[in-house]
Design a protein around this ligand. Structure first.
Ligand SMILES: NC(=O)c1ccc[n+]([C@@H]2O[C@H](COP(=O)([O-])OP(=O)(O)OC[C@H]3O[C@@H](n4cnc5c(N)ncnc54)[C@H](O)[C@@H]3O)[C@@H](O)[C@H]2O)c1
Ligand SMILES: O=C(O)C1=N[C@H](C(=O)O)CCC1
Length: 253
């Protein structure tokens, strides 16, 4: 049985994971971490400070907030705990810190744990290569009104994938407010919509001369992120130190 420490357990995703795993005998949440430990009645202890947590575990899953980043990586490092990092809004510096730390513990990093978005990553890599510079590329994402970071981690991950497929320097342009100039051909526009209970939508628009291609992923439930995170936890629990992602998991690397 895989023993999990769930960071951000009293948040939306934390509670989805709790529900998702409750009838699964192969997984047990042994402890939770959260800024508001009393918010829910959980069937595991919840600590405000990771230093209070003494439970033994095989892996830590983090769906919390970028402000918790330092204490989560410190905790994972001290306890040599494989880490599934799902939180978004991390800085480039934080992403580099994850790379460095992955020399000491196995780390699984993905801004989107769904299977579908990771297939889209592959599709847009190939579309971008095929279309070369003849199409302008823009990304539009939409999420619920409780989301605190923008653009979404997924939109950034998609933009980096496009950039890696283009053999030139792409510029990420976040909206165009106040920009009194034409679009540059190397721009990748990234646009965020927030409202209601939208679970998550990502549309990659390829606009060419007299034709448009759109590749779109729509999340209909947060269960897809929970399922992916659990799969990731099982996958890295006994892996060598290193940085892992969905591509590696899907390719069984
Ligand atoms: N990778 C993915 O597939 C994926 C999917 C969904 C959400 N997310 C990301 O996961 C994160 C959480 O999403 P959510 O919708 O559950 O958010 P949420 O706001 O509902 O929950 C976050 C939880 O973290 C806790 N928290 C906040 N700051 C903290 C701190 N400094 N220390 C400890 N706990 C703290 C909050 O009390 C809350 O319970 C976000 O960054 C979101 O973008 C990633
Ligand atoms: O609900 C959220 O918050 C989500 N965050 C991730 C992101 O920022 O890309 C993944 C989709 C849901």
């Amino acid at each position: 049985m895989l023993k999990i420490i769930l960071s951000g357990c009293n948040g939306t995703m934390g509670q989805v994971i709790k529900q998702f795993t409750k009838d699964d005998d192969s997984i047990k949440i042994v402890a939770g971490l959260d800024k508001f430990p009393e918010k829910y009645n959980n069937n595991f202890p919840v600590y405000e400070n990771p230093r209070q947590c003494k439970e033994e575990a095989d892996v830590i899953i983090d769906f919390s907030h970028y402000s918790a980043f330092r204490e989560i990586i410190t905790f994972a490092k001290q306890h040599k705990l494989p880490l599934v990092m799902a939180t978004t809004g991390l800085s480039d510096k934080n992403e580099k810190q994850l790379q460095l730390l992955s020399k000491e513990i196995p780390i699984f990093r993905s801004a989107n744990m769904s299977l579908g978005v990771n297939v889209v990553l592959d599709l847009i890599y190939r579309a971008t290569k095929s279309l070369e510079d003849s199409f302008d590329i823009e990304i539009i994402e939409a999420h619920h009104n409780k989301k605190v970071d923008a653009p979404s981690g997924t939109a950034l991950m998609l933009a980096h994938e496009i950039k890696s497929a283009k053999n030139e320097t792409s510029h990420f342009i976040y909206g165009r407010h106040g920009k009194q100039e034409r679009r540059n051909k190397n721009d990748i526009g990234i646009h965020a919509i927030r409202g209601g209970t939208i679970v998550g939508e990502h549309t990659i628009v390829y606009a060419g001369l007299d034709e448009i291609i759109e590749i779109k992923h729509t999340a209909l439930s947060k269960n897809i992120f929970a399922a992916g995170a659990i799969k990731a936890a099982k996958y890295i629990a006994d892996k060598e130190n290193g940085l892992y992602d969905m591509k590696k998991l899907l390719n069984n690397e």
